[in-house]
Design a protein around this ligand. Structure first.
Ligand code: AMP
Ligand code: MG
Length: 334
């Protein structure tokens, strides 16, 4: 082979190799274009998780596994859950997970902060109303009065990892705070996995990580109460924040023209009637947002706004039964 021939052979090999390399690099996606998502049904509601910058399905799967774990720990109705064990062993100390204890301690904080408006011991009322079935049951005044004797956070004693219900008929229900707490745990896990952009939606309880892949903030629509599912009363742009709404329209039944909804007055066990349709809380922690949306709903617009204004890093939107929007002073509305 002449020297010239050998050179042209090497040149051909080089170009062949380079074009194969180019072909492969063309197949690889830019991380900003990668995105995976899935939906499921947990905590009696539809949940959705969307991760940007990854196509690692195992991370997504772990999120759903975590939700299943938390559901089997915190559900009031699931036999064998921590909450079930606490409720069915009243009078005796029950050893539970650290997560359950920290959630009960957080619930206590909001009970104290709201003078008892947020109270997880409303469980005996929840059982009577049976909102999980539609239509539920309207309890009699006597039934609610009898149940009210066992409602009160003073009956819940926490020591280390042990929870004791002092009154054998007291029960707890974490429905007003658990989804926010779980969303925070999911965010913690995803952040540990290096996820920088994600959307966690646990039945309208939204928690975001970072910004959207195009570096713009997430746009979150706040539902118009009793409007179509896609109809919004307001839209806010956030990055890394939690947006949680408590609303009458989320769980209710109607009988003889009256709406009976699931947010209950701890003293009476009746659905709260204060001309509000919904309260949305914007916060960093979703557990705080979840507890506060329920708390502020029960407190009503005056006391609710006062509480929000007294707290750092918390903003709120109250929507009245006339669809009037009342914002806290720092709410980023457009
Ligand atoms: P949310 O949608 O976060 O406002 O939670 C509503 C759920 O919280 C209800 O379905 C009940 O399980 C529970 N709940 C109702 N009233 C109260 C209350 N006053 N304090 C704490 N939890 C409540
Ligand atoms: Mg709540």
């Amino acid at each position: 082979m002449t020297c010239l021939n050998r050179r042209s052979l090497w040149i051909t090999v080089f170009f062949l190799f380079a074009s194969v390399l180019l072909l492969f690099s063309g197949c690889q996606k830019n991380p900003s274009q990668m995105s995976i998502s899935d939906v499921g049904f947990y905590f009696d509601t539809v949940v959705e998780i969307k991760l940007n910058g990854t196509e690692d399905e195992s991370i997504l799967k772990e999120c759903f596994d975590l939700m299943a774990e938390y559901e089997s720990l915190l559900s009031r109705t699931r036999e064998g859950s921590d909450v079930w064990k606490i409720n069915h062993n009243a009078g005796t100390p029950v050893s539970v997970s650290e997560d359950t204890v920290s959630l009960i301690r957080l619930a206590r904080k909001y009970y104290d902060l709201s003078d008892g408006a947020f109270d997880i011991t409303i469980a005996p009322y929840v059982t009577l109303w049976d909102f999980q079935n539609n239509p539920g049951t309207i309890p009699t005044k006597d039934e609610l009065t009898a149940a009210s004797k066992h409602v009160g956070f003073e009956n819940v004693q926490v020591s280390g990892n042990t929870v004791t219900l002092a009154d054998p008929e007291t029960q707890i229900d974490l429905g007003g705070i658990a989804k926010g707490f779980i969303a925070d745990r999911l965010k913690e896990y995803l952040t540990k996995e290096g996820i920088e952009s994600a959307w966690i939606n646990l039945g309208g309880n939204v928690l975001t990580i970072g910004m959207k892949p195009d570096k713009s903030p997430w746009k979150i629509g706040i539902r118009k109460p009793f409007g179509a599912a896609t109809e919004t009363a307001a839209v806010i742009c956030v990055s890394g924040k939690s947006v949680v709404t408590s609303g009458t329209y989320e769980r209710y039944f109607e009988k003889d023209g009256t709406i009976y909804h699931h947010i209950l007055e701890p003293k009476t066990g009746q659905p709260v009637q204060n001309h509000l349709y919904s309260v949305t809380i914007l916060s960093d922690s979703s557990a705080d947002g979840d507890a506060l949306s329920t708390t502020c709903f029960v407190l009503g617009k005056e006391d609710g706004i006062e509480l929000v204004e007294s707290l750092d890093g918390i903003e709120a939107l109250f929507i009245t039964d006339e669809q009037e929007l009342i914002y806290s002073s720092g709410f980023p509305h457009q």
